[in-house]
Ligand binder design. Structure first.
Ligand SMILES: [Zn+2]
Ligand SMILES: [Zn+2]
Length: 141
């Protein structure tokens, strides 16, 4: 399976166009309370790193969601654009924004300990709790 070197995406209304340079094909789902409140369900995300170009940036609104991260959305159509770590500039982006999804692999869950009991994914994945995530990234909840 070869890695994609560039991903292209856009918001629902087309005011925002995204070019992400990441080669990662790994898709994760975040089940934390904040992501579920933000999007109405688990956040299906792809790690696009720091190499992200956002066209139509005047239409992006950024919500300061915690001490360590912020969340962007299109002011015209409300499409969620990114969860960005302030310190590193790392972008976790909704996988649904992108056109080319052929080589994606859904392989991890984060904040699995905050997942409610009423849904379950059947994919075989690596699952991490909130405490494990914070230990890995060195920030505290
Ligand atoms: Zn839009
Ligand atoms: Zn989350």
């Amino acid at each position: 399976m070869s890695d994609v070197t560039e991903r292209n995406g856009k918001c629902l209304c087309g005011a925002i166009r995204i070019t992400a340079g990441s080669g990662s094909n790994s898709v994760g789902a975040c089940h934390c309370r904040m992501c579920r409140r933000w999007g109405g369900g688990p956040f299906m995300e792809i790690d696009c790193g720091t190499d992200v170009l956002i066209g139509g940036e005047e239409n992006v609104s950024v919500y300061d969601s915690s001490a360590w991260a912020e969340r962007g959305f299109c002011t015209k159509c409300g499409t969620h654009l990114f969860y960005r770590i302030k310190e590193t500039g790392q972008h976790m982006m909704p996988v649904g924004l992108f056109e080319n999804d052929e080589c994606l692999v859904f392989d991890n869950h984060v904040f699995i300990d905050e997942k409610p009991a009423f849904y379950e994914f059947a994919n075989e994945t690596k699952d991490m709790t909130g405490a494990e995530i914070f230990a890995m990234y060195g920030s505290s909840p």
